[in-house]
Design a binder for this molecule. Structure first.
Ligand code: UDP
Ligand code: MG
Length: 323
């Protein structure tokens, strides 16, 4: 097998402070891997400018002019981290064999790329970078981030624990991933859906080299909500469950109201009102849940996700294309 062409995909949003420091680090890693014969020499670093308001795009353009290993694309406006990564991956998929997406702030250990590429050579098509510790994060960031993963899993959006978007993905997987046409994207929860052999590589998460985080609590909550609602209908199931429980209590309430009437402890009209309230409350919640189920199905259908993905065949395309 020829050495694979690697594209390192780096989303950048207002990163003028950190980019001049980390860009040479990516290049050095690329050259190192090529020198060791693990990747092809014509591998590239692809920066995705996510509609930055500062000098980020200028820096990227200058880098691209200085060294052919640097490439850049720019989004027309700020669309957020996930869309920036997706744009980079889609741009790269036809030009390379493997991609590694990584943040540009130096927080993710760049040297873990070698272990990711090794895993690819051993047959893995997706390699998740997993943070082995969060000691350098503040208590607040660590707490919120860990709650994030727990909440996601409880709500039915299965994500690899402590994996952000530092990940190796082969172009073969990306070709299939292209068929996931949804607009709400949550990459780390979607790649496991595509399948193919995968593994994890642990790495230490460092502090940001320069600049400041663009993921405040508000954005993290938005990401979690997007993740849950684009991967699962569990919240709707939850309403249905709630409806069933409410209906049960409603039923008990009805019996209670009748018993109270028989015992003569009530004012006229009380029991009929209580019966109706309890009964209707339960019925309404169940109905809402069922309608929700259908809306959930419609929602999943409108995504037009691929229904199956073939990873191997006993014949090759050469036999087939003899027309
Ligand atoms: N980023 C982006 N668009 C945004 C926000 C962030 O492309 O709207 C990029 C950013 O430049 C960085 C990566 O996403 O490369 C992760 O962001 P950040 O380091 O601010 O998040 P944190 O590591 O604090 O969670
Ligand atoms: Mg960061």
């Amino acid at each position: 097998m020829d050495n694979p062409v690697l594209y390192i995909v780096v989303p950048c949003y207002n990163e003028e402070e950190v980019l001049p420091i980390t860009a040479p680090m990516f290049l050095a890693e690329l050259n190192d891997l090529a020198g060791k014969g693990k990747i092809a020499p014509d591998s590239r670093v692809l920066f995705v400018n996510d509609g930055s308001g500062d000098r980020t795009w200028e820096i990227i353009s200058t880098l691209a002019g200085q060294d052919e290993h640097f490439l850049g694309i720019s989004q027309s406006r700020n669309r957020g981290h996930q869309n920036a990564v997706l744009a980079g991956l889609m741009e790269a998929k036809d030009r390379c064999d493997i991609t590694i997406s990584i943040d540009c702030d130096g927080q993710d250990d760049i040297t873990a790329m070698e272990r990711m590429v090794d895993a690819y050579h051993q047959g893995c098509e997706v390699v998740y970078g997993v943070r082995s510790s969060r000691e350098t994060d503040t208590f607040f960031k660590r707490f919120t981030a860990e709650s994030f993963y727990k909440l996601m899993n409880r709500m039915g959006a299965e994500v690899v624990y402590n994996h952000a978007d530092y990940r190796l993905v082969s172009s073969r997987v990306l070709q299939e991933f292209r068929n996931y046409k949804e607009v709400n994207i949550f990459l780390r929860g979607m790649f496991p859906l595509v399948g193919f052999p995968s593994t994890s590589v642990p790495y230490e998460r460092a502090e940001r080299i320069a600049g400041k985080s663009h993921y405040p609590l508000k954005k993290m909550l938005a990401l979690a909500f997007d993740g849950i609602t684009s991967l699962s209908v569990k919240p709707i199931r939850f309403i249905t469950g709630l409806g069933i429980v409410a209906a049960l209590f409603g039923f008990i309430g009805v019996i209670w109201a009748i018993v109270e009437t028989i015992l003569g402890n009530t004012v006229a009209g009380w029991s009929s009102i209580i019966c109706v309230v309890c009964f209707m409350g339960g019925i309404q919640l169940i109905s809402l849940g069922i309608i929700g189920e259908y809306i959930g199905k419609i929602y999943l259908e409108t995504k037009v996700r691929p229904r199956y993905i073939i990873s191997e065949r006993t014949w090759t395309d050469v036999d087939e294309k003899k027309d």
